[in-house]
Design a protein around this ligand. Sequence first.
Ligand code: FES
Length: 204
Amino acid sequence: MKTLEEIGEIREKKRRELELRVNTKLDTREKHILVCHGTGCTSSKSPEILENFRRILKEKNIENVRVIKTGCFGLCAKGPIVIIRPEDTFYAMVKPEDCEEIIEKHIQNGEIVERLLCKDIDGSKVKSLDELNFYKKQKRIALKNCGVINPEDIDEYIAFDGYLALEKVLKEMSPEEVIEVVKASRTSWTWWSRISYRKEMGVN
Ligand code: FES
């Protein structure tokens, strides 16, 4: 990757390929099985789950399904977490031995594996992450792509706007404009620090 044009081409091509990660209505025969590889899920055998999915898909000659490792979904106590997109089905506390059933029922027959659906705080079963009360009141900003992309794949990062700010700086802004943005961010940081400091010291 040597030019901004190359980054732009990767973004466009890869984004089309990954549209099913964010568009639950996408009309496609392809599926992505997202397996959380955050610390909690990894310690509860998510690498084994990922390997099992890949092995079973290979044995059964299923070609339109990809298995992807992702970062933490933010619900570690319910891990290992597996999400199937584009439909966004959310399976919790998955064990390596559950992979066979998920492939047979969900992937091959389009049936949800009810017993693996995540339970909400009131005991009701939820089908997707967004239905959980824990998530309903949240708006992820810095971590919005965590759990959506493979953090070890730079092309997936680029597909979801990675390096876009750099591109903007190099193509659209003058050095003076960049300095102004940096200054403005420092100003707000200083302002916020001053307020926190005064609060801590009990000064009005
Ligand atoms: S480590 Fe998997 S949800 Fe946090």
